[in-house]
Design a binder for this molecule. Structure first.
Ligand code: FAD
Length: 472
């Protein structure tokens, strides 16, 4: 019987658990439900929505090669998903549905509603765990709780990982063409005029689809993987994989990444190459935050992970927030990073930490405003990692930076952008200065070059943040 495979953040035909399980049971009809209003409600901006659309288009081509048609039906919000899927099942006579689980709260509610609706209509619905090696709930502390700290989670992950969990599923073989007709309205891409007003980033910078993702992985492993541990903190160097947009939309699986590491590293994940071992840990961080979203649903409700930080009094400072968003804080590394984000849809991890901490600590502005701004601009915007990163920086989250640890943005700049090359790239107005002067230009030079004076003084801002946290 016909199997529906409902694609969401798993836009690939290789190593896709739901697709492989469906292929073992019968002919397949693919489904994608563009949910533009829901995505906007979740704060995704034009870059991500555009990448989604291009990813779906690449998926459709790949499925076409297997004679699997893809039905796309606009389903503005998640609550409409059950009726839409049932309608498609009725229309094409499908009796089974497969999808890969997503773990944030709204996604789980949507999927629970879909499972219930399918049960009522006698459609066999199957959720598969694909995005993570361990389903949330599989790795728990000795007391049976979800981990709220990364290191013991990572230890448990490494202790319990097996070859079977990381085994790759082949793409299905081509099926006999189905005798069905897909209407033109079900064949449309996500309508561009429903996208938010921010402009999308250059599609050449981020080509979509699993071929592009595989190329990116191969390039990373060939040229940078071995040096990852020493290069990953320097934003002027392309030292990281830049796979985050592909992982966020599932154009590549974490298993494909980990298998590629093992084949470079004598079959090992952690031991052996220090560069690759460090990189594996980043993939475990990704998985950790997905478990956090599932195990501590308050974080999906805009609440801090740490209860006692609810009472923190954040400052109302629209001018400060705007200066941060526009890269005009007068702290060159912060400003360069924010301009990179808005221009490219991506920001280096070191700079995500620096800019997030600057907003939450130096400006003492509610981290949720920063979280939303990142989400609107990131092409890799992913709830778990974004929320986890922001709560870390704001000292409200799991593994939070202790509240008294506040990066000095100028020290971060001299340490991690020693030649100020990154600053010069994104703040061309400072490029005429000698590199040493770019980290914190003298007041007169700032005026001359049209670069703002610092909007806060580091020491005073630091003290203000410490006082706010001490008051808790
Ligand atoms: P690499 O260093 O090559 O790492 C490989 C992969 O591991 C990444 O692609 C990503 O999938 C995962 N990863 C790496 N670091 C982390 C981390 N700290 N937490 C979770 N997963 C990680 N990552 C996102 O994918 N989406 C986000 O929306 C996001 N928002 C962030 C917000 C803040 C404030 C902070 C501090 C971090 C955020 N991160 C986010 C995590 C991290 O910055 C990015 O994953 C990373 O910079 C992406 O670049 P890369 O692909 O070259 O990473």
């Amino acid at each position: 019987t016909l199997q529906l495979v409902w694609f969401r953040n798993d836009l690939r035909i290789h190593d896709n658990r739901a697709l492989a399980a469906a292929a073992a049971k019968g002919p397949i009809l693919g489904v994608f439900l563009p949910s533009v209003a829901q995505w906007q409600a979740h704060g995704h901006g034009a870059s991500k929505v555009d990448f989604w659309a291009r990813g779906v288009s690449a998926l459709k081509d790949a499925l076409h090669g297997l004679n699997i048609p893809l039905v796309q039906r606009n389903t503005d919000t998640f609550d409409r998903a059950p009726e839409t899927l049932l309608a498609i099942a009725r229309e094409y006579g499908a009796q089974a549905l497969h999808f890969n689980h997503e773990y944030p709260l709204n996604e789980r509610r949507r999927d629970d509603a879909v499972l219930a609706a399918c049960a009522r209509e006698n459609i066999a619905a199957h959720g598969h765990h694909d995005a993570v090696a361990f389903a949330p709930g599989e790795l728990l502390t000795g007391k049976g709780d979800y981990y709220g700290v990364f290191t013991p989670f990572a230890k448990a992950w490494h202790r319990q990982i097996t070859a079977e969990r990381l085994a790759l599923d082949d793409a299905p073989t081509a099926q006999t063409p189905l005798d069905i007709h897909i209407g033109a309205s079900d064949d449309a891409l996500i309508a561009p005029d429903t996208q938010p007003a921010d402009t999308a980033v250059d599609p050449q910078r981020w080509p979509a689809g699993e071929d592009a993702a595989a190329d990116q992985l191969a390039r990373f492993l060939r040229f940078r993987g071995r040096y990852y541990n020493v290069q990953r903190d320097f934003p002027a160097v392309s030292g990281t994989s830049e796979l985050s947009p592909y992982l966020a939309l599932g154009m590549i699986s974490h298993r494909q990444c980990l298998q590629a590491v093992m084949s470079e590293n004598n079959g090992q994940l952690a031991e052996g190459d220090a560069g690759l071992g460090t990189w594996v840990n980043e993939l475990v961080w990704r998985e950790f935050y997905q478990h956090v979203a599932a195990g501590f649903p308050q974080v999906c409700r805009h609440q801090p992970f740490k209860d006692n930080t609810r009472a923190l009094v954040w400052r109302d400072d629209d001018a400060g927030f705007t200066a941060w968003c526009e890269g005009r804080t007068g702290y060159p590394l912060v400003d360069a990073a924010m301009r990179q984000l808005v221009a490219t849809g991506w920001m280096h991890n070191r700079l995500r930490m620096v800019t997030a901490m600057f907003l939450a600590k130096h400006l003492l502005i509610d981290w949720r405003r920063g979280e939303a701004f990142f989400m609107r601009h990131l092409i890799d915007g992913e709830f778990g990692a974004n929320n986890g990163g922001w709560q870390w920086a704001a000292s409200t989250g799991t593994d939070a930076a202790p509240y008294f640890r506040i990066f000095n943005p100028t020290t971060q700049s001299t340490r991690f952008d020693p030649d100020a090359a990154f600053i010069a790239r994104w703040l061309p107005e400072l490029a005429p200065l000698v590199p040493k002067a770019r980290h914190n230009p003298p007041a007169a030079e700032r005026s001359q070059l049209g670069y703002p004076q610092p909007i806060v003084e580091h020491k005073a801002a630091r003290q203000r943040a410490l006082d706010a946290f001490k008051a808790l």
